[in-house]
Structures are given as structure tokens and as C-alpha cells.
Ligand binder design. Sequence first.
Ligand SMILES: [Zn+2]
Ligand SMILES: [Zn+2]
Length: 153
Amino acid sequence: MSSQGPVTGGCQCGGVRYSLSSPPVGAHFCHCRMCQKAVGGPFAALASVPTADLVWVRGAPAWFVSSNLAERPFCRDCGTPLGFRYVGSDRINITIGSLDDPELAPVGIHYGVEARLSWVRVCDDLPQVETSDDPDSPVPLSQLISHQAGDGE
Ligand SMILES: [Zn+2]
Ligand SMILES: [Zn+2]
């Protein structure tokens, strides 16, 4: 990582900015259906820091409680997805694309591959893990209750 101070990032309109006092780690793609919906793309790219190491230095995100287990910060004004956090966790994931320098978080693993789209060809040499194996979840994911709208709702 850069040796020139904290890692920074923010949304596309600049209304929400954050600073990380430790480098993001555990960079991964999540292909799960909920992350697809949350970022409006074929998968999410996320990396985590201790919650205490993230400071919102301009503005503040809105939070969508996407399930009984997780909540997702985003910019209320421009809609940029900014991350993902398990409720009660002491870590928070930030979207790698919202970093000012996404090169700081090279992805090392795929999660949620049970929902990986058949036509996605990216970093195919990396390990592939299903959502049910997610080691960061504080409770069994079988207890997840989605608050996202279903298809067609
Ligand atoms: Zn914004
Ligand atoms: Zn996911």
C-alpha cells in the first residue's frame, strides 16, 4: 500500500468521504444474489477494515438494512454503494471501487459462488467459496431473512 498517509475513498458525488487508518484486507468478490442487487452489478468487490479504523470525514452515509444480518451504507444523494457490514460485527467492508486507489485492494478470493453468473470470467484462478461457508458471518447464514425486494416485486 501507499506509505503516504491514510487510505481514502468516497462516493461519486463527493458528498460522502471516508478515511481508513489501516489498509483494507481480505479483498474479495461476492457473487451472492444480495450483493448483486446491492451494487446493481454482476458481483460486489469488497475489502474490510476494523470498524474503529473507518472515519466518515465528509457527510455520512445512509444505511439500507438488507437483511436481519447485514446493513449496507450508500450515498443518499448519488446512490454509490459504499460497503457492507454484518450487524454487530467489529469489521466493515468497503466497496473497492469507492477507494481513491482501488489498486490498494487486490482481490484474492471469490465468495457467494453459488450465485456466480455463468458468463462472468474474472480472476478465475482464485479460490471459490460458497456463501454458506462465509467465515465472517456472526451467525449461520441459514438464519438470514432478506429485506430486499424479490424478483418482480
Ligand atoms: Zn454521493
Ligand atoms: Zn454477498
